[in-house]
Design a protein around this ligand. Structure first.
Ligand code: ADP
Length: 274
């Protein structure tokens, strides 16, 4: 790939051809570098919980301990295994969405129901962190897609909003119609720690975690894969996802998805009118 084509000559077409091919070679080289970085990052992230599990086992084999000690060690093993499981599931999802195997028969999904379930699910953890979590469905929100993957996106956004909120914070989830368009808007707005302006464009990059998320106390765990997966899922649904954030003020993630009838129209399927 480091070789460059030199089809120079009097012929203009040859010049243009070699320019195009060299451009393609640059893109392939860049892609291969991204793959190498991804693999290195994935291996690194897998190694961290594995090393912790190993150290727990070594400590528990190393002499007599009280039942409380062993219980504590086993609890750590469970936590670390749970982190491993999340990471492996996220990596699987990335490979599915990436290699284009991700085909599904579009289901009619009521986004309001999906959000409502997710909000109910996170209510307990939000309460324990003294964070208010509410949902306002301002419009009907029927979209076409994979219910399971959309649920994962919504869970991820609410999970982040809770994780990066401070006690007393507020999380507002809203669905609304986009005026004049056959589109649905979903926003998850929090009053949490926010993201530095220079980091905002990077939040959808794989493995990106802001320094503040990494350095905060251990309860803020993450892999830096969640938002990149959300972006893949939303783009596979013909939608867009944006991040607006201000440090120490809060973050809003905004998703726009075509409505069910718009998605069918775009795909050329005519919906049955009862
Ligand atoms: P993670 O598993 O680290 O939460 P994500 O891909 O979901 O990974 O998010 C990437 C990074 O973006 C996070 O590590 C954090 O720095 C930042 N981030 C995401 N959501 C929020 C939010 N609601 N408030 C503040 N920072 C956020």
């Amino acid at each position: 790939l480091n070789e460059r084509l030199k089809l120079r000559g009097t012929d203009d077409e040859l010049d243009r051809l070699s320019h195009t091919i060299n451009g393609l070679l640059d893109r392939i080289a860049e892609y291969l570098q991204q793959r190498r970085d991804f693999l290195a990052n994935a291996a690194h992230e897998l190694r961290t919980p594995l090393a912790a599990i190993r150290s727990c086992i070594e400590v528990s084999l190393d002499g007599d301990r009280s039942v409380e000690d062993y219980t504590g060690i086993l609890e750590d093993v469970i936590d670390q295994s749970a982190s491993l499981e999340v990471l492996v599931n996220q990596l699987l999802l990335i490979s599915e969405t990436e290699i284009g195997q991700w085909t599904y028969d579009p289901e009619q999904v009521d986004l309001n129901k999906v959000v409502s379930r997710s909000v109910d699910m996170f209510q307990g953890v939000a309460e324990t962190r003294s964070v208010t979590l509410s949902f306002d469905a301002k419009a009907s929100a029927i979209v076409a897609g994979s219910r399971q993957h959309l649920r994962q996106v919504v869970n991820n956004l609410i999970d982040n909003a809770v994780k990066y909120s401070r006690p007393g914070g507020k999380i507002q989830v809203t669905t609304s119609a986009v005026p004049g368009e056959q589109k649905v808007r979903l926003t998850v707005q929090d009053t949490g720690i926010g993201i530095a302006t220079e980091d905002v464009p990077r939040v959808f990059d794989r493995f990106f975690r802001s320094d503040r998320s990494r350095s905060r106390n251990e309860s803020v765990q993450g892999t830096g894969l969640g938002l990149s997966i959300c972006q893949s899922v939303i783009s596979a649904h013909g939608g867009t996802i944006l991040c607006h954030s201000e440090l120490n003020v809060g973050t809003t993630i905004e998703i726009i998805l075509p409505t069910w009838s718009e998605a069918l129209r775009e795909s050329g399927i005519v919906p049955m009118v009862p």
